[in-house]
Design a protein around this ligand. Structure first.
Ligand SMILES: O=C(O)COP(=O)(O)O
Ligand SMILES: [Mg+2]
Length: 227
């Protein structure tokens, strides 16, 4: 494939390749029940996803009326991860066409990586469980570096891992758009994930609502002049 433009594709995970909200919600409910706290709704959990587990837990604590308390927060993050890491792929599903798209991009010789705010261990477990690890040799999780998205460092680390300078970043959220912008990389927005704002309000260069559209977008992006 001619690649005078961007050199690779980097994917977000939650709300992009996989619909993981049901397992995140199950872990949230287990964490709350263990502390005899009231449950939150699935819609609440879904709306709290995007900035990593510590922020997810802080948002859950606020939603059930707990005051800010760093020690309790640390304990609840531990409880959340104990439960989540035990079964991160139980209720999680791949979005339609995602596997086929990865296969097509691999056939085109396109290097690919993962850059997620989910901690690296459950992110890798989910990739293994769906047999996706073979497509994504580089995985940067929310705890891989000292900073998370929207800091540009995780996406830059993914590029370094692939040995390329530019990519199309594919994600579902405001955080992903800000990460791409901060890194100076073009962004493809998947509209069916966990975004909170209308798509018009999320900066993007490409937009798709089904993975079948992504290979065509990637071919176009790879031929554009580098960002
Ligand atoms: O764990 C999160 O909060 C979000 O993860 P993501 O970066 O894969 O969307
Ligand atoms: Mg996401």
């Amino acid at each position: 494939m001619e690649v005078p433009g961007v050199k690779a594709v980097v994917f977000d995970l939650d709300g992009t390749l996989v619909d993981s909200a049901p397992d995140l919600h199950a872990a949230a409910l287990a964490m709350l029940a263990a502390d005899s706290l009231p449950p939150i709704t699935f819609a609440q959990t879904r709306s709290f996803i995007g900035n990593g587990v510590p922020t997810l837990v802080a948002r859950i604590m606020a939603a059930v009326g707990l005051p800010e308390d760093p020690d309790r927060h640390a304990d609840m993050v531990t409880a959340f991860l104990r439960s989540y890491n035990a079964a991160p792929d139980n209720l999680t599903t791949l979005y339609p066409g995602a596997l086929r798209t990865l296969q097509q991009l691999e056939a085109l010789g396109c290097p690919m990586a993962l850059c997620t705010n989910k901690p690296e261990a459950p992110a890798r477990a989910i990739l293994d469980s769906f047999d996706l690890s073979r497509f994504l040799p580089v995985v940067i999780g929310g705890d891989t570096l000292a900073v998370k998205k929207p800091d540009p460092a995780p996406l830059r680390a993914a590029l370094d891992g692939l040995g390329v300078e530019s990519c199309l970043y594919v994600g579902d959220s405001e955080v992903d758009a800000a990460t791409a912008q901060a890194s100076g990389q073009p962004f493809a927005l998947y509209s069916e994930g966990y975004r909170k704002s209308p798509v018009e309000q999320i900066p993007h260069q490409h937009l798709f609502d089904h993975f079948d559209a992504l290979p065509g977008i990637v071919e176009t992006a790879l031929r554009l002049p580098a960002a």
